[in-house]
Design a protein around this ligand. Structure first.
Ligand SMILES: Cc1cc2nc3c(=O)[nH]c(=O)nc-3n(C[C@H](O)[C@H](O)[C@H](O)COP(=O)(O)OP(=O)(O)OC[C@H]3O[C@@H](n4cnc5c(N)ncnc54)[C@H](O)[C@@H]3O)c2cc1C
Length: 184
């Protein structure tokens, strides 16, 4: 504990040290019961029971350390709402809704999934990404420390107001940001 406090005191700003200097550690350690993330590709199934939709964690759940599960579930519900609005005036509007929804849900969960997968990859899980993707992300994160434009874009991706995949083609993003995202 003394070493931990000493480290906090050595940080460039005193904010964390001031917050924890008089704190007491919990007497008992507790671990999250689900220390992994899961993505299920319902969009790739050839056959599905009709008019049965899965939403939320059952499509994509995260190791709680990432804190993306509720936002991911909300994005899925927004996608479902938009889909229902688009279809409601057409005859047979519920036919095929499952596949249309699962394709949209797969798209909206891709960004939080990619962000979580990169951290899993860093921790040694090679099923969750490629070395090249991981290195590109590291370059981008380093550039974000010096380039306010890249930093803003990255924050928007982390806050799930932008899709990660859209950024390379995005006209409103500065060329340096696009180059960094492309790994150039
Ligand atoms: C420790 C922890 C911390 C988290 N922190 C964050 C965070 O900071 N930010 C964030 O965005 N997300 C966080 N999450 C994730 C978030 O809680 C989930 O992503 C979100 O609740 C998923 O919503 P859901 O509706 O899919 O599932 P749930 O919220 O799990 O809802 C499923 C419901 O179904 C009920 N149920 C299950 N089986 C049955 C059954 N057979 N019959 C009837 N009812 C049933 C359950 O009781 C539950 O009420 C955290 C998760 C954990 C575990």
């Amino acid at each position: 504990m003394a070493g931990f406090l000493e480290y906090a005191r050595s940080l460039p700003t005193p904010t964390i040290y001031d917050a924890i200097r008089h704190a007491h550690p919990f007497p008992r350690r507790r671990a999250f019961r689900v220390p992994h993330s899961t993505l299920r590709h319902f969009d790739r199934l050839r056959e599905m029971p009709q008019r049965l939709l899965h939403v939320g964690d059952v499509i994509c759940s995260f190791d709680p350390v990432f804190g993306q599960g509720m936002a991911s579930a909300a994005l899925q519900i927004m996608a479902l709402g938009n889909l229902l609005t688009e279809r409601k005036n057409h005859p047979g509007w519920l036919d095929g809704l499952e596949q249309a929804f699962f394709r949209k849900a797969a798209r909206v969960v891709q960004t939080p999934w990619d962000l979580a997968a990169k951290s899993h990859f860093e921790a040694g899980d090679s099923n969750t990404g490629s070395q090249r993707e991981y290195e590109q992300f590291q370059v981008l994160s380093r550039r974000a420390m010096e380039d306010a434009g890249i930093h803003r874009v990255l924050v928007e991706v982390f806050q799930l107001v932008r899709l990660y995949e859209e950024l390379r083609a995005e006209q409103g993003v500065a060329p340096s940001t696009r180059a960094a995202l492309a790994g150039d």
